[in-house]
Design a protein around this ligand. Structure first.
Ligand code: GLN
Length: 192
């Protein structure tokens, strides 16, 4: 099974490593045509405005929407979560608008630009070590969205069917269980 990582900007190599630890093949995706070769896609962290601009420049917007419409799983981490969201607080325009969530960017404040925490995640047995870097939080979710994890009462991971999103960076530790969770989603989408 091949899982792509959108390789326009951000933590691509780390995601590929975690995908491979979870037993799938990880591929850097630089052109929209390459989406045809993969069964799931990760949109990494970085800077969402920049990733959004590059996605438009390289014609990824409709291509990823079609990928998702075909039922193929997409996982957004940090900036990738922002790119997936239907609504971005304080901004008129969002990006892919695939996931029914409202996100707030850089929501943990200046003094907490980056921090780590142990989080309970629904569907994963033991807490996972989460790395937050200028992280967004999920302000609210629509009916179809399941909250998977919260930190201090704020939503930091959620799932809507074949779409998965986390505020934190699961690729920056050796713990690949959230990638395993995504690989399992991709497997399930192939079976159905
Ligand atoms: N603060 C970034 C943004 O708003 C996201 C940070 C990250 O991906 N680590 O796009």
């Amino acid at each position: 099974m091949k899982i792509g990582v959108l390789a326009l900007q951000g933590a691509v190599a780390e995601h590929i490593r975690s995908i491979e630890l979870a037993g799938a093949e990880g591929i850097a995706i630089k052109k929209k045509e390459e989406l045809q070769d993969i069964q799931g896609l990760i949109i990494p962290g970085g800077e969402s405005t920049t990733i959004g601009k590059l996605m438009r420049k390289y014609d990824f917007m409709d291509a990823i929407r079609e990928f998702s419409a075909a039922g193929k799983p997409v996982f957004g981490t940090c900036a990738g979560l922002i790119v997936l969201a239907k609504t971005i607080e304080g901004q008129e325009d969002a990006h892919l608008e695939l996931m029914d969530i409202t996100v707030a960017r850089n929501a943990f404040g200046r003094q907490r630009e980056s921090f780590e925490a142990d989080l309970d995640v629904k569907g994963i047995d033991e807490p996972i070590r989460a790395v937050f870097i200028r992280a967004p939080l999920i302000r609210s979710v629509g009916d179809q969205v399941a909250v998977l994890s919260s930190y201090n009462g704020e939503i930091v991971a959620a799932r809507q069917g074949h779409l998965l999103a986390s505020s934190f960076h699961p690729e920056l530790t050796d713990d690949y269980r959230l990638h395993q969770y995504f690989v399992d989603m991709v497997k399930a989408s192939q079976a159905s």
